[in-house]
Ligand binder design. Structure first.
Ligand SMILES: [Zn+2]
Length: 219
């Protein structure tokens, strides 16, 4: 906490004049481009790797960057509504054009699912991680050069995109061309973000060529 508290005081003391104006403008409204769903892991730093500024991104962080499937019943809605609420806010109210699920290497949640740890004394963690377990049940052979839990992490990102599509508002917005779903994966050791290429069926670096192609598709 010492670094965190000192950092807040330092920001207050040294913030650039432009920031005061930016936040004064943002206090009135927000119009983020995208909803980013990423892991609570301290090493996953979207503000660093995506060069985003205040107001750019609506962010949901949770253990393992998981998305519960759409729940029909009110009891199920009450049981885990944080991510679904953010999906509704992002799409229905803020009209974001993109949703990104971003996994990462060396994810503790993915290691735990891969090892099928029981979490007997952590009932909430055990219940939460079930949203990622189907990725393990359908996991194929691990590609060369990738740790098994990292392979699971990448396949879980694909599963979470499927889970997003279980929401009628996501399916409708995607079908109408108002929304794109993106699967990213942050390789911590290489400090590199990969993007799921559906045509190639694998994650590829988000380099200039890939970004140019994605932006071209958006027109
Ligand atoms: Zn993680």
């Amino acid at each position: 906490m010492k670094k965190l508290l000192r950092g807040i005081a330092e920001f207050r003391r040294t913030r650039p004049p432009g920031y005061v104006e930016t936040f004064a403008r943002l206090a009135l409204t927000q119009a983020p481009d995208a909803l980013l769903i990423c892991c609570a892991d301290s090493r996953v730093a979207p503000n660093v790797f995506a060069s985003v500024e205040p107001g750019d991104l609506l962010v949901v962080r949770n253990v393992g960057n998981l998305v519960p499937r759409y729940a029909e019943s009110s009891a199920a809605v009450r049981a885990g509504a944080s991510v679904p609420a953010a999906i509704e806010l992002a799409i229905s109210a803020l009209h974001v054009r993109d949703v990104v699920v971003c996994g990462h290497s060396a994810c503790a949640a993915m290691r735990s699912i891969h090892a099928r740890e029981p979490h007997d004394d952590q009932p909430h963690l055990a219940a939460w991680l079930r949203h990622g377990e189907p990725a393990l049940d359908r996991l194929g052979p691990t590609p060369a050069g990738l740790a098994p839990h990292d392979h699971l992490s990448q396949q879980s990102v694909r599963l979470q995109l499927e889970n997003l599509r279980s929401y009628p508002i996501v399916r409708e917005a995607e079908a109408a061309g108002r929304l794109r779903l993106n699967g990213w994966w942050f390789d911590i050791g290489r400090a590199e973000v990969l993007d799921f290429d559906a045509e190639a069926g694998r994650f590829v670096p988000l380099d200039d060529a890939r970004v140019d192609r994605l932006l071209e598709e958006r027109g």
